[in-house]
Write a protein that binds this ligand. Structure first.
Ligand code: NAD
Ligand code: 2HG
Length: 522
């Protein structure tokens, strides 16, 4: 399997990839981005950092791509929808660079308080001894507003508390105790953040957070406020912030990330009251080593199919899913796969009816069912793209909770095609997967092996005729299950040991009592 490393990573990551016997490593970390598109054409996996956008263009060139590891946190440069449609699994390395980003934020905060970079520059490069000019302010006793109180924001809070700042956290998506347990105030009132002496942002770049600070918000801020952004370019509107820096409304901006990167010219670089760094939040020896190791291990595991650490577009996080749920998901996929083999008309609708605790997992059950169902219809279907592919094929899907008094949990799949409805139900009996209904007939069998589904009018002698036909073709019956209905019909599921070809199935179809004959193999 070919893994292309698209951006520089720590040597420890290269070492792991080189030592993996089943991996062919291509180091394209110094390859110009337009040439990279050629290199990734036959890549099974790639490792990227922020300079490599994983967009439609990238994805359309990488025809064999199965997984991408973003060696860092932010995935704002990954087209998640396009990747999911193509069945490409996207993973990131979420906490390996947290401390590095936290410490850079603290550096910008302290720099802002003491005009540190300017004082250093003034003495070293301009050779001036200016003690009066570099009059700073103390962080102690000042209010720090933190927007986004996740891995980085919360640790900035801890450090700011140690510097005796009053910390206010704004993050509508956390439990307030995450902030209050650390001695920080929690607010849902954004205006309260705007009234702080220092404001730092640590959110992902989303539709909601782009331009979170614009002229309108700046007007509500204190005169002489300090802004820090070590998260993503564009969370603060660059033009509006530049204007306020010029007027002195904002006393200082500490910034590591920009709307367009890389860049060497920017209005912020021309201003004295800014500290600017070239997106080095994650750049410490320790963090880069951790990231590279985790990224290399992650891509290998994903390509081997053993696990998908920190996958962002999988329908379920297998690490956190209870074993019993996984068994039901596997059963749903098998049931979908059985139906895909007996149905020969195009699918119009898939209904997943669930009963018991499994009904809480309806989305995952639907995904696994679709993977099974589409297996024979579509190439490269997987858990990431199954729903997209179903929608693309015009298949309507629906999940519903139903009542059943017989089983603790039940999964019923109904597939509607041009020639009618196909139904299959399954459950786990003493931890073993069992089909308990097929095409509205109650019967019980294990979804395994070579299965003939024989539907007939319920008249004497049919079982004998079926047995004779199979025997004549040297097909041994391993198991025989029968279900009957009130309309005088029967359904047999015959599990056989030997190959069953179309001629044998046609012989069975020609038996007088036969109504329909299907075949599936798992
Ligand atoms: N400069 C760098 O090199 C560097 C390094 C690492 C991370 N980052 C960036 O830092 C940011 C934070 O990373 P993290 O690891 O702390 O992520 P995280 O997911 O742990 O935390 C993000 C927090 O933002 C919150 N949030 C989301 N939308 C919000 C909104 N509208 N308002 C308020 N809060 C909101 C979330 O609830 C979450 O708690 C990301 O953008 C990441 O890409 C930058
Ligand atoms: O080094 C990088 O690729 C970006 C690091 C950082 O912005 C991240 O999101 O993890």
């Amino acid at each position: 399997m070919k893994v292309v490393v698209c951006d520089p990573i720590h040597p420890a990551g290269f070492e792991i990839l080189k030592n993996a016997k089943d991996i062919e490593l291509v180091d394209a970390s110094r390859t110009p981005k337009d040439e990279l598109l050629k290199v990734i054409e036959d890549a099974d996996g790639v490792i990227t950092r922020s300079p490599t956008p994983v967009d439609e263009k990238f994805l359309s060139h990488a025809k064999k791509l199965k997984a991408v590891v973003r060696a860092g946190v932010g995935v704002d440069n990954v087209d998640m929808e396009a990747a999911s449609k193509k069945g490409v699994i996207i993973m990131n390395v979420p906490t390996a660079n947290t401390l590095a980003a936290v410490e850079l934020t603290m550096a910008h905060l302290l720099t802002a308080a003491r005009s540190f970079t300017n004082a250093v520059w003034n003495l070293k490069k301009e050779h001036e001894w200016n003690r009066e000019k570099w009059l700073g302010i103390e962080l102690a006793g000042k209010k720090l507003g933190i927007i986004g109180f996740g891995n980085i924001g919360s640790r900035v809070g801890i450090r700011a508390k140690a510097l005796e700042m009053d910390v206010i956290a704004y993050d509508p998506y956390i439990d307030p105790s995450k902030a209050t347990d650390l001695g920080c105030k929690y607010t849902t009132d954004f205006e309260e953040i705007l009234k702080c002496d220092f404001i730092t942002i640590h959110t992902p770049k989303t539709k909601e957070t782009i331009n979170m600070i614009t002229k309108k918000e700046i007007e509500k801020m204190k005169d002489g406020v300090v802004l820090i952004n070590c998260a993503r370019g564009g969370l603060y509107n660059e033009e509006d912030v530049a204007e306020a820096l010029k007027s002195g409304k904002i006393a200082w901006l500490g910034i590591d990330v920009f709307n367009k990167e890389p860049l060497t010219e920017h209005p912020f670089f021309e201003l004295e009251n800014t500290s600017v760094t070239p997106h080095i939040g994650a750049n410490t020896k320790e963090s880069q080593e951790r990231i590279a190791i985790q990224a290399a291990e992650g891509i290998i595991e994903a390509l081997r199919g053993s696990s998908y650490p920190n996958a962002l577009n999988l329908p379920i996080n297998t690490a956190n899913t209870p074993e019993w749920v996984i068994k039901y998901l596997e059963l749903s996929q098998k049931m979908g796969y059985i139906l895909s083999q007996v149905i020969n008309k195009s699918i119009k609708k898939v209904k997943v009816n669930l009963s018991g605790d499994i009904s809480k997992e309806d989305k995952s059950v639907l995904t696994f069912t679709l993977v099974g169902l589409l297996q024979n219809i579509t190439e490269n279907v997987n858990y990431v793209n199954a729903e997209f592919l179903a929608t693309e094929k015009g298949i309507v899907t629906e999940t519903k909770e139903i009542k059943n008094d017989t089983y603790k949990n039940l999964v019923n799949i109904k597939v509607i095609t041009d020639d009618g409805e196909y139904s299959i139900s399954g459950t786990m009996l003493e931890e073993h997967p069992r089909i308990v209904e097929f095409k509205d007939f109650d019967l019980e069998f294990e979804p395994k092996g070579k299965m003939i589904f024989f539907k007939n009018t319920d008249v004497p002698g049919v079982i004998g005729e079926v047995g004779m036909t199979l025997a004549k073709n040297n097909i041994n019956i391993a198991d025989f299950r029968l279900g009957r209905n009130k309309e005088g019909q029967a359904m047999a599921v015959i599990i056989v040991d030997n190959e069953v070809n179309e001629d044998v199935l046609n012989e069975l179809r020609n038996l007088k009592a036969a109504l329909s004959v299907g075949y599936a193999e798992i």
